[in-house]
Structures are given as C-alpha cells and as structure tokens.
Design a protein around this ligand. Structure first.
Ligand SMILES: Cc1cc2nc3c(=O)[nH]c(=O)nc-3n(C[C@H](O)[C@H](O)[C@H](O)COP(=O)(O)OP(=O)(O)OC[C@H]3O[C@@H](n4cnc5c(N)ncnc54)[C@H](O)[C@@H]3O)c2cc1C
Length: 428
C-alpha cells in the first residue's frame, strides 16, 4: 500500500509530511473545512470538545508538544507532599480518539498566516480556521539580556514550575534542599494564577516545619502582596516566611546564587525563580502580539475581547493565558485554567458559526473564573475566589470579584478540577 493511502486510512494524512495537508476549500465546497488548534491544554482541549459538539462536520486537529497533559491547578500541595497528584494525567491522543478528532504531538515552529499552514516538528498542517492556545512562556531576557547560558542555568537549577512540563524537575530540586534560604518571587501582573505564589509560600513553610528543615522561605514580591496572605504569613508562620514587598527581581546570578532586587542583594540556597511572563514564540513570529505606544510588539496577543478573533487575521482565534488586555477597566482576564476553558469554548463557538456558509454571528457570552486557594495546610483551610463579567452599556467589559472562606474543605478544589476535565474536555 502506498504511504499516502496508508496515512489516509489511519486518519493522519499530513502528519510528518512537510507541506502536506493542503487547505480544503473554505467556501463550503465538498471537502471538509479544517480547524487546527495549537496548544492542547485548558483552552485548547475545551475548544476541541466544543467544536466537536457544535460542528461535527469540521475536520479537527489538536497539536501539542506533550502527549500527556498534567494539571498546574492543585500542584502546590502535591509539590510539598501534602497530597498525592490528585488531578489525573490525560493522554491527549486517547482523549482525541474518544471524541473523534485528531491529535499530533509536535512542537509548533511557525505559523504561516498567508499560506494558512502551521509548521511543526512533525511537518506542516493546513487550516481554514486556526485557534492558538499556547498559554505562556517565560521571558528570561528581562533578567539575563542575551546571556542564554545564564537563562538556561536559572531554568534548569531553579525552575518555577509555572509551565506543566517543569513539575517533576521542580519537585526533585525541592527534595534536594537541605536548609537555608529558599527564595520564591511574585512577578508584576499580569501573571499566571495570581494567588498561586502565596499559596506555595505557605505550603513551603508548612513543609519546612513538618520536615524539621532549618530554613526559611523568602518571598520577593514585585508589588505589595495580597493582604489576606501577608497577615497569615506573619500570624501563623513567623520566622518561617519573610515577606519582602516591592522587591522586583532585577537580575540573578544562578552560578553564585545571588539575586539583585529593588530592595538590595540577597544570597540564596535554593530558589523557584519566576521570570516575567509573555505569550510564546509562535505568536511573535506570526505578528499576533499587541503593539505598544511606539508600535513595538508587546508581550501578549492582541485580540477582539468579545469574539476572541485576531485583529489582523479573520481566520485566526486566540484563547487562554496568552490574551492581552480585554478591558480598560481591569486590563487582563485572570490567567486561570477556569478562565482558559471558558475562553476556549467561546472561540470554538465563533469558529463553528463562521465556518458555515450562512455564517450567523454567534451570541457573545462572557467568561467567568473560579479559583480554589489553600490558605493553610493543617488544619486545612481554603478560599474560593470568583470573578464574573458583564458588558456595560458602552460596550466595555466590567469585572466583579468575590472571595468566600471555606474553613472546612471537602475536596471542593478537586471536584472543581475534575468537573472541568469532564464537562469542558469531555474526559471520562
Ligand atoms: C502553581 C499553579 C497553580 C494554579 N492553580 C490554578 C487554580 O487553582 N485554578 C485555576 O483556574 N488556574 C490555576 N492555575 C493557572 C492555570 O494553570 C493556567 O491559567 C492554565 O494552565 C492556562 O491554560 P492555557 O490552556 O491557556 O495554557 P497552558 O495550560 O499553558 O497550555 C498551553 C499548551 O500549549 C502547548 N504549547 C505551547 N507552546 C507550544 C508549541 N510551540 N508547540 C506545541 N505545543 C505548545 C503546551 O505544551 C501546553 O500544553 C495555576 C497555575 C500554577 C502555575
């Protein structure tokens, strides 16, 4: 059997064949229109599920560099051994097969918008509609400039674990810590899951205490901190957490273990170094970033806040943590998994409607976000942070935030996470 015929039988024509997978006609011709989703996590998998349900006629492909998805939500208690890894690992190919779309494990190298192709480590894939949901990337250049050796050393020795493929390295490094000054930092907003560094600081202090490790956690905060946590640090973990406000990291020497901050220099024994964050490399290459006042590309994707379409390409949609500001009132949507699933679903509904020749405008729905945060480890105490949105009369999105104490948690965080896996991704 010829290679192309075999690949077609396996339902993977295009994989591994540079230039293969020519675009199907986008005008409602006989071939199925192709949707490619780049990034298969909270935003991408939710979009895929929604697309499969709303537009089963579309040819749907999800691409992610990792065959297995791991959850960052709920990872902090696992990091210090307070819980097991409660969120299951998802086999992306098996999920795709069960829902009737294709998955390819590949690194996306380049998006060719003019030719409507995604170039990857496994060949090129043509599309009629593209959803980019690649989350975010670290920007070490703010600390190291062009010194790649220092940036690589910082990421290898002192990973922050804010991208899922770093989780094992993060835990291994922590387990090797034998005492002294353990530094974590909170970057300036916008950043991924704003309460997560504070939750982690508390859990690390709890870990030092229960493991009887002589040391302390130093929290270098670019801002003033979350009052709820800073009070708690002082009252419940005195001597174990040193909170330093307005101490943004300016530079790091990963070889001599020294950090320079706005507030002076600091030696450290171990660190979880979280550099400024930005949308990942394919966005810059594809000209999808917002521009600053000087017309230079900024760190985040430019987007139509209601339709999640790129302002420079009507066939390209964006969802998840990579989005730039959506409102003059509050700036960015919170960069949370819950929000990413909602945005993925919104983008999917837009693509499904536009792919049909009658192309009716779908109703615009605004997202919401829920975040379960651990306030203390023993006895367990949690906080639920909720964010809702409404469209004002002038067309601007307004945000409302509320916090709810949960002094006797009964796995509400786990039910929330599993609920998203089940309801948004279609995982069983
Ligand atoms: C410690 C911690 C705790 C958190 N807790 C919570 C919580 O309790 N609740 C909550 O709602 N949120 C939480 N979050 C935030 C949440 O993890 C993120 O908001 C969420 O992961 C964003 O989803 P996303 O789909 O936009 O991006 P991601 O989850 O980052 O997914 C992007 C995907 O794209 C893939 N990708 C990227 N670039 C490429 C490329 N070039 N080629 C191929 N594939 C690529 C990646 O492999 C990845 O799978 C937490 C985060 C952290 C770090």
């Amino acid at each position: 059997m010829k290679r192309r015929a075999l690949l077609a039988l396996l339902g993977c024509a295009g994989a591994g064949m540079p230039g293969a997978g020519r675009a199907a006609p986008a005008d409602g011709g006989s071939a199925r229109q192709r949707v490619v989703v780049v990034g298969g996590a909270w935003a991408g998998l939710s979009a895929a599920r929604e697309l499969r349900q709303m537009a089963p006629e579309l040819d749907l492909l999800v691409i992610d560099r990792d065959p297995v998805m791991r959850s960052l939500p709920l990872s902090n208690p696992w990091l210090v051994g307070r819980t097991t890894e409660r969120m299951p690992r998802l086999d992306r190919a098996a999920l795709a097969a069960s829902l009737g779309y294709r998955f390819v494990a590949a690194d996306v190298l380049r998006i060719d918008r003019a030719g409507r192709k995604v170039h990857t480590s496994q060949g090129a894939f043509a599309y009629d509609w593209l959803l980019v949901a690649t989350g975010l990337a670290y920007d070490y250049s703010a600390w190291f400039g062009a010194d790649q050796k220092a940036a690589d050393a910082a990421q290898e020795l002192y990973p922050a674990g804010y991208v899922a493929n770093e989780l094992d390295a993060l835990k291994q490094r922590l387990q090797a810590f034998k005492g002294g000054n353990l530094v974590i930092n909170v970057p300036a907003p916008p950043s991924r899951c704003p309460p997560a560094p504070y939750e982690r600081a508390m859990l690390l202090a709890w870990w030092l205490k229960t493991q009887r490790i002589k040391g302390k956690v130093t929290v270098l905060d670019a801002g003033g901190g979350l009052p709820r946590f800073t009070r708690l640090f002082a009252e419940r973990y005195p001597g174990l957490i040193e909170f330093v406000p307005y101490a943004a990291i300016r530079s790091v020497d990963p070889f001599t273990r020294r950090i320079t901050t706005d507030d002076g220099d600091l030696p450290f024994d171990h660190a979880m170094l979280l550099p400024p964050m930005r949308a990942g490399a394919p966005l810059e290459q594809a000209g999808l970033l917002g521009l600053d006042a000087q017309g230079k590309p900024g760190p985040w994707a430019a987007v139509d806040p209601l339709r999640l379409r790129s302002p420079v390409d009507e066939r390209l949609f964006l969802a998840g943590d990579l989005l730039g500001a959506v409102s003059p009132l509050f700036g960015h949507y919170p960069k949370t998994a819950h929000m990413a699933t909602r945005l993925g679903q919104t983008a999917a509904r837009q693509i499904a409607a536009r792919s049909r020749s009658n192309g009716a405008e779908p109703t615009v729905t605004l997202p919401d976000s829920v975040c379960h945060v651990w306030l203390d480890a023993d006895p367990l105490e949690q906080l639920r942070m909720e964010t809702t949105y409404r469209l004002r009369g002038d067309g601007v999105i307004a945000q409302a935030v509320s916090q709810h104490d949960n002094p006797q948690p009964r796995d509400e965080d786990l039910h929330w996470g599993l609920g998203l896996y089940h309801n948004a991704f279609g995982a069983r």
